[in-house]
Design a protein around this ligand. Sequence first.
Ligand code: NAD
Length: 488
Amino acid sequence: MATPVISAFLDGRHVSRPELRRFEKRDPATDALIAEVEESDTALVDEAVQAALRAARGVAAAASADQRADWLLKIAGAIRRRFDAFVDAEVRDTGKPLSMVRSVEIPRAIATFETFAELLRTHRDDVVVTALPEGRRAVNMTTRLPHGVVAIICPWNFPLVLAVWKIAPALACGNAVVVKPSEETPSSVALLARVIEEIELPKGLFNVVYGFGQDSAGALLAAHPGVNALTFTGETRTGEAIMAAAARGVRPVSLELGGKNAAIVFGSADLDAAIEGSARSAFLNSGQVCFGTERLYVHRPLFERFVDGLSARAAALRMGDPLDPGTTMGPLISRRHRDKVLRACAVARDEGATVHTGGQAPAMAGRLAEGAWMAPTIWTGLDESSTIVRHEVFGPCCHIAPFDDEEEAVHLANDSEYGLAAALWSRDHAQALRVSARLRAGVVWVNAWGIRDLRTPFGGLGRSGIGREGGPASLDFYSQQRNVCSLV
Ligand code: NAD
């Protein structure tokens, strides 16, 4: 069978050009070639932005909130009808276990469109009456204006979920979008373009370009003067480049960046629940979760039992064919990323870590032999100033250190340039409230990890980002408020 070719989608149609460079997309579980992707060049990125500009000024500007909510529901329905195809695209691009993509990711993408449609229908604009000294009154109506064209630049770890997390509210607010998925994971957004073509969403509202970051489609899109706002999820260093690009033209930017997230396990914790939750937070999606835990601090009396318990959980993970229902852990996103994680393992050893489990690539058999596999890894014994404790690894790896009292635990957890997420485990309710209020992170989980309600704000402190998205916070980013004041 011929290798599928993925090409840009703009102004309601797919555009393929022979002169465009192509890059390969490989299945990370097997290293098999699954698609060739046409890299959008300067002309194509410009055409996509121009198409979006026309739609933003035309059809999007004229549409009522109800119409926009209908668009979102139509997209949700179209994804639901092609559910299996979306599952297949995501599993092949990422190597994630089929069960996770089926039960979590595609349902969440659908729910995101539905949630923002609902928010649009229930959202009320503000009216404030001002009493003036001479006895007259003024009525203030605060309404929202779209930005126009929103550029959406996405990472690879939850390709569809994180793209839709931005696409849905951007369209809800009356913008047109140009999406640039990660070069590692083009397939599910390509399928979204197909279903959007099928449902005949008005032309130009939704556009997709493909390519890399620097010197490619990502940087071209971020720099394009026709883009009115930028939203980005990815690495902190890339976020700096996007922010610099957004400065030209003083354009709003939302940055959801990296983390080095901590969890604290207090002496009163339900140890089994803490081990179970920490195993998920460190190893889910092979550790490629922005709010995953890479630093664990455990009350000294529990330390050894916790390390043993987490090591047992790591050993129980089943790496294997993503299509096998028994598989609980897939590969990393690419062999290049696996090499980066293996380099981190070498640094950990050089810095004096004790390796309790993992630290290497496992030998996989048959068609999986060439995949980007990495064993779950647990380290102890590193100094807090070590590279591994300070920098994001973004693999199935964590470091565990003991602490003696609450003050020390809070200090250790907060001692990071990042501030995306934190978790704490304690059965002492007063302690849980006291400590959660002191943790420097955009989201704090208490006796839990990873629960993400789409209606709640999400974002990081420090080097983890700027701005919040989710529920009303997304409406705030994807629109601009305007007050109309009228004397009555
Ligand atoms: P990345 O920064 O390497 O790439 C993200 C996207 O940016 C890709 O589409 C890439 O092509 C593009 N890009 C790269 N350089 C660019 C440039 N100079 N100009 C414009 N675009 C450019 O990130 P990644 O490796 O895809 O994702 C992993 C990172 O994302 C981790 O650091 C993780 O913590 C972070 N992340 C954060 C969140 C969050 O919500 N805070 C969520 C998921 C992932």
